[in-house]
Design a protein around this ligand. Structure first.
Ligand SMILES: *Cc1c(COP(=O)(O)O)cnc(C)c1O
Length: 497
């Protein structure tokens, strides 16, 4: 029986491909239909899944029906529902029909376009679509293939950070005369910069003691001060270090702060440091003319990255990285093993994206971003950004109207940072930290919404990040009601104690 069933076994049988794919699409459609019924943040305990699944893999094939039943019964309860309209935590990961279709095509073709010849369409569409995206953001032509630069799609900002740091490192070490100088290289970022830049600097061999975290304060809205950067750089130069890299952020993760890139660019140029702009979240917003000014000064940077997989209706994963001198990236990352040699690469007239990233293999992500842009058009993409910002303004106004709360820093993009004001003596002692963390806990454990927190300038803030694809204003109103209800019961309990 075993051998018989193996002979008729076809992993890519056209009939079951069609039927089973449709069943999964129906399953996902049903999931979206019911998504509001689930607690937004999963309520399972650590290790919950091993208690539900067999200890070892099956020997005989199982039916899709059985598998989907387990997905429903065992996996869905362990999901935190990022696509729920009541998801307000971290930064959203926008899904869309167009993004999903792009993923399907990417997965369906399953080509591996590491160099041009391994799938010319994958490479050429990627170069075209990063130029499209760059033009939507009005990046100078020095970042575009149509000009003198170029771009690539990575899976994450973290990966982009490692690659640009490696490029900057190798350029500097060449100028300094060799690898032994690596201990002199210093990297600058603010205390609001995403932690991934510290990780990336460590990965490319920068001594952690040479990573400078520039302190930010309330007074500058947690933006990095060019003067503080300058004095840190000057101090380091005095002690023999070489300023390598400065990372500026448009839309920091804790509070959405925007670093002044034009002024930081001048400092970076003066000291010949590489300036990278991390616009992972807020970059998407800069397609709107009224928000484009956040990118003023981008022409002074060496590279810039942003994540369409956050706020640009592009399902995970997709990070755009543009670089002014792509040869610095490929000088650092290229490899030329015999088994990949081919005529197209030899002529150097083509892009071989394996030399723009860490891995060899790569996904055809360009299809997804291309379909997202085409299916929505700039008009609807701007509408998406603007309506999220309008909902955030609405939420901010609701918070301002309730005297028990305060907006800790003015709304940035679609992120509102607020808290319950500490009043009682016990609350004043820890500046309301315990009170507000209890409030977040109460909201999240209700299952009706999910928010996260940050600490900036020593202050614990509740972050309301609006922008899940399915979120509408009535969800925001319901969120505010929930916040008030939980705050009321917390404050009542406090006063009884
Ligand atoms: C989310 C985020 C990152 C990390 O992005 P990944 O693509 O998950 O690596 C980096 N920087 C900022 C400002 C972010 O918001």
């Amino acid at each position: 029986m075993g051998s018989e069933s193996r002979e008729s076994f076809l992993p890519l049988d056209p009939v079951s491909f069609t039927n089973e794919s449709k069943a999964v699409v129906d399953f996902i459609a049903d999931y979206y239909e019911n998504i509001e019924k689930y607690p937004v943040q999963s309520t399972v305990e650590p290790g919950y899944l091993s208690a539900r699944l067999p200890e070892s893999a099956p020997y005989c094939p199982e039916s899709l029906e059985d598998i989907l039943k387990d997905v429903n019964d065992c996996i869905v309860p362990g999901l935190t529902h990022w696509q729920s309209p009541n998801f307000f935590a971290y930064f959203q990961a926008n899904a869309s029909t167009a993004g999903f279709l792009g993923e399907m095509l990417c997965s369906g073709f399953n080509v591996v376009g590491f160099n041009w010849i391994s799938s010319p369409a994958a490479t050429e569409l990627e170069s075209i679509v990063v130029d499209w995206m760059g033009k939507l953001l009005k990046l100078p032509s020095s970042f575009l293939f149509a000009g003198t630069g170029g771009g690539v799609l990575h899976g994450s900002t973290c990966e982009a950070a490692v690659c640009v740091l490696a490029a900057a490192r190798d350029k500097a070490l060449k100028e300094l005369g060799g690898w032994e100088h690596i201990t002199k290289l210093a990297v600058y970022a603010s205390d609001q910069t995403h932690f991934t830049f510290q990780k990336a600097a460590k990965l490319v061999g920068i001594p952690p003691s040479n990573f400078r975290l520039i302190k930010t304060t309330f007074s500058t809205g947690f933006a990095m001060s060019p003067e503080t950067v300058r004095s840190a750089v000057e101090d380091d130069i005095k002690s023999g270090l070489v300023p390598l890299f400065l990372c500026a952020t448009i839309g920091t993760t804790p509070t959405g702060a925007v670093d002044p890139i034009a002024e930081l660019g001048k400092v970076a140029m003066e000291f010949k440091a590489w300036l990278h702009i991390d616009a992972a979240y807020a970059g998407s917003a800069c397609i709107c003319p009224e928000l484009r000014h956040h990118l003023d000064g981008v022409e002074l940077s060496n590279s810039i990255s942003m994540n369409p997989h956050k706020w640009f209706l592009t399902n995970m994963d997709c990070c755009c990285l543009w670089i002014k001198e792509p040869h610095l990236l490929t000088d650092s990352l290229s490899s030329d093993p015999e088994y990949l040699k081919n005529n197209a690469s030899k002529t150097k007239s083509v892009v071989d994206y394996k030399d723009w990233q860490i891995a060899l293999s790569r996904r055809f992500r360009a299809l997804k971003l291309w379909i997202v842009i085409r299916r929505h058009g700039l008009a609807n993409l701007m509408y998406h950004i603007r309506s999220d910002i309008a909902m955030a303004k609405h939420f901010e106004a609701l918070v301002r109207k309730d005297g028990r709360f305060e907006i800790v820093m003015p709304r940035k993009f679609s992120l509102v940072c607020f808290r319950l004001k500490p009043t009682a003596a016990a609350e004043a002692e820890d500046d309301g930290r315990e009170l507000n963390s209890k409030l977040v806990e109460a909201i999240n454990s209700s299952g009706r919404a999910f928010m996260s927190h940050a600490v900036a300038g020593g202050v614990y803030v509740i972050r309301c990040a609006i922008g899940s694809t399915l979120t509408q204003q009535h969800h925001v109103d319901a969120l505010w009601k929930l916040v008030q209800e939980k705050a009321q019961s917390l404050l009542t309990n406090h006063s009884i104690k």
